[in-house]
Design a protein around this ligand. Structure first.
Ligand code: ATP
Ligand code: MG
Length: 176
């Protein structure tokens, strides 16, 4: 059991690209006053990148640099970390992990609308079908703190935000 000295919890929002992590994190940050950290953006803005992946058309994060950058932020608590991976963060950073899930057909349409095609599109759909991020989260954190949330329609995003707000209130009571 990891005992946290944080007065407010840190939350990891993860899942396959396109499942709605950023949209939900933004709403959650507005509701809670917590700080939303979009990890890919944070890495690029702070030069924590080491190369460019031509196949996936995205920057490759320098994980060590990024972890050093995030460490003092995470020790403050009250962070919503939004990233399509769950395994390279230290386990002690998070009090809860939410894995967003989207129906394959819906996700396919969303990624096409975003301009994804070819290998990038197929690999991301496979990632969701094979629950890659969910498995990664369960392997990286204690299974009691990992929760799946469905994110097919906007109403679910609103319900998920409500549910996380309730979870935060309970955490505060339990950690006074
Ligand atoms: N629950 C939902 N219902 C319908 N559309 C949604 C839902 N959640 C997100 N979307 C839409 O799907 C698209 C992708 O959402 P978003 O950018 O939040 O995904 P993401 O998980 O942050 O992706 P990435 O990992 O690539 O950053 C956006 O157009 C967003 O408006
Ligand atoms: Mg995003």
């Amino acid at each position: 059991m990891i005992t946290s000295k944080r007065k407010v919890p840190n939350i990891l929002i993860t899942g396959t690209p396109g499942v709605g992590k950023s949209k939900m994190s933004e709403l959650l940050a507005e509701r809670t006053g917590f700080t939303w950290l979009d990890v890919s953006k944070l890495a690029v803005e702070n030069g924590c990148v080491e190369s460019y992946d031509e196949d996936y058309r995205c920057s490759v994060i320098n994980e060590d640099q990024l972890l050093d950058l995030m460490e003092p932020m995470m020790s403050e608590g009250g962070k919503i970390v939004d990233y399509h991976g769950a395994e390279f963060f230290p386990e002690r950073w998070f009090d809860v992990v939410f894995v967003l899930r989207t129906n394959n057909t819906i996700l396919y349409d969303r990624l096409v609308a975003r301009g994804y095609s070819g290998k990038k599109l197929e690999d991301n759909i496979d990632c969701e079908i094979f629950q890659v991020i969910l498995e990664e989260a369960k392997e990286s954190y204690s299974s009691e703190i990992v929760h799946e949330l469905q994110s097919d329609v906007p109403e679910q995003t609103m319900n998920n935000v409500d549910r996380i707000c309730q979870w935060i209130e309970q955490w505060k009571k339990d950690n006074q």
